[in-house]
Ligand binder design. Structure first.
Ligand code: GLC
Length: 531
């Protein structure tokens, strides 16, 4: 008998960066009513959950990842009523809505922090992490922040430093104070009560730091060009045991709503053997899955059959037997997959993403083969882009507006878009790709629909198969059907001596029974094996 899997295992997730998805009021910034207008597009594409990055009231120093009120909607994004309508309309279309829980830090404008910094005696003081200056007046230890500079900023009025793993405008919450966790639990209940279907926990591996505030040792592997922060080995600021206790508590809140199967996903950048601890245990669960960013981190020159085969195999081997895998190709923090790999290999990457075991998460625009945008240094808006890369690169490149049609402003806004449109939008947009039977969009849509209609592609076993050099091949075997996926990462053709029914080529130009599978250069095939 087939057991019905929970929705977060069956369905593909789709990340929406709401500022850049669809504007509804002409201010050039996307919003919730805009997203609502595009729900039909998402339902038709075939994804099952929309993860919306933060839309809460915020001074926008980190575009929403600096929250000033966890239980509201930023006026540029709409209102709580807009959120309610969005959830209702999403559910009507069978789409789940996953929110971003920015649990590690607040905005420095959040009333909690405003109150905490009024005096050392403030009742909220201990909601954040404060330390006296070092004897020379400098920061209390050598910890570095993600976006450049020390992880400590002096609050001159009270004479102490506060901790921030990200911008100085993003002070870290102190989870050693039970009141903080209790407050965050209330935030989770607030949104679940309003119909949210779960959360992606931002910076989930950074929630707690070393209690003794020990210096971090230098990183011998650091080379120029790497992040400034990675000059240190993060023994004391990442992946602390106490972090797991926080995630267990958040998960327990979700369990109160068990009948709706809300999901907890973690943003965790760690190697597999440490990543898997974020599932917790079957008795004390934490995340339903932590994102697996291995394909985002894999340098373009390492996208070879051999490397990918061992990468997938080592991830599968690291997972506890009951743990559900996750795969991701891109997000709002990293260069887009089409720019990393080019169009053809990016098609292969999507075939891979959507036929591996586990929940795939797509990033908006990647389904069009959208490359990074061109954001000149004078148009950069991402603070991290200035602080870390002097504006030469910024995360804005991966956050440019969704190109919907070839008309004015690509159908994204009637005003001036907050970031420039990709210059190729008259040729690369949803409307045109819908009409083109071999477009990137059609490939992703077909794959999503195939996944939905063949359970073996979702929950079947995964096994590597022998293949000619340059070809990654694996079987997905379910109760009723077995599939073969073959991806040719070389430009030379290759052949697999195997009869199968081709259901899809990444070039979308062939289907049907073949006596042996001939793969063109950079072609990927999804084929069904004879029962
Ligand atoms: C996460 C987000 C990133 C944000 C940071 C701080 O890494 O994905 O966009 O800047 O956390 O909240």
């Amino acid at each position: 008998m087939t057991v019905q899997l929970p929705w977060w295992q069956r369905e593909a997730f789709y990340e929406v960066y709401p500022r850049s998805f669809q504007d509804s009021d002409g201010d050039g910034v996307g919003d919730l009513p805009g997203l609502l207008r595009r729900l039909d597009y998402l339902a038709d594409l075939g994804v099952g959950a929309v993860w919306i990055t933060p839309f809460f009231p915020s001074p926008q120093r980190d575009f929403g990842y600096d929250v000033a009120d966890y239980c509201g909607v930023d006026p540029t994004m709409g209102s709580l009523a807009d959120f309610d309508r969005l959830v209702q309309e999403a559910h009507r279309r069978g789409l789940r809505v996953v929110l971003d829980l920015v649990a590690n830090h607040t905005s420095s404008d959040h009333p909690w922090f405003v109150e905490a910094r009024t005096s050392r005696a403030s009742r909220r003081r201990d909601w954040y992490v404060w330390r006296d200056p070092a004897p020379d007046g400098g920061p209390p230890n050598n910890w570095l922040s993600f976006f450049g500079g020390p992880a400590w900023t002096l609050d001159a009025a009270t004479g102490q430093y506060y901790l921030h793993q990200f911008l100085p405008e993003q002070p870290d919450l102190n989870y050693r104070n039970p009141a903080v966790l209790a407050a965050m639990e209330e935030v989770v209940r607030f949104w679940l009560d309003r119909g949210a279907d779960g959360f992606r926990v931002d910076a989930a591996w950074l929630l707690v730091e070393d209690e003794k505030f020990r210096d971090e040792p230098p990183n011998p592997a650091w080379r120029p060009g790497m992040r400034e922060r990675d000059r240190l080995v993060h023994l004391h600021t990442e992946d602390q045991p106490e972090t797991h206790a926080v995630l267990r508590r958040l998960r327990a809140v979700l369990e109160e709503y068990r009948d709706r199967q809300p999901v907890l996903v973690g943003e965790v950048y760690l190697p597999f053997h440490r990543l898997v601890s974020y599932y917790g245990s079957s008795e004390e669960p934490e995340c339903h899955f932590p994102f697996n960013f291995a394909l985002v981190d894999l340098p373009p020159e390492e996208w070879t059959a051999q490397t990918l085969g061992s990468l997938v195999a080592s991830y599968e081997a690291a997972l506890p037997p009951w743990a559900w895998p996750s795969w991701v190709l891109g997000n709002h923090d990293r260069p887009r997959v089409a720019s990393r790999l080019g169009e053809e290999r990016s098609r292969l990457a999507h075939l891979l993403l959507l036929t591996l075991r586990g929940t795939p998460t797509l990033y908006y625009g990647d389904e069009l083969g959208l490359p990074d945008g061109v954001v000149s240094p004078d148009r950069v808006r991402d603070t991290a882009g200035f602080r870390e890369w002097g504006g030469r690169w910024s995360r804005d490149a991966a956050r440019t507006p969704m190109p919907w049609d070839p008309g004015p402003q690509a159908g994204f806004t009637t005003g001036e878009p907050w970031l420039p449109l990709n210059p190729d939008f008259p040729r690369r947009n949803v409307q045109l790709q819908r009409q083109d039977s071999r477009s990137f969009l059609q490939l992703v849509r077909r794959l999503l629909h195939l996944r939905r209609s063949h359970p073996a592609l979702v929950s079947g076993s995964w096994r590597l198969r022998e293949a000619p050099p340059g070809v990654l091949a694996y079987r997905r075997e379910g109760e009723d059907e077995t599939f073969l996926v073959a991806l040719n990462f070389r430009v030379q053709p290759a052949r697999l001596e195997l009869a199968a029914e081709v259901l899809l080529s990444t070039f979308l130009d062939r289907e049907g029974w073949e006596r042996s599978l001939e793969l063109r250069g950079h072609e990927g095939l999804l084929a069904r094996l004879r029962a």
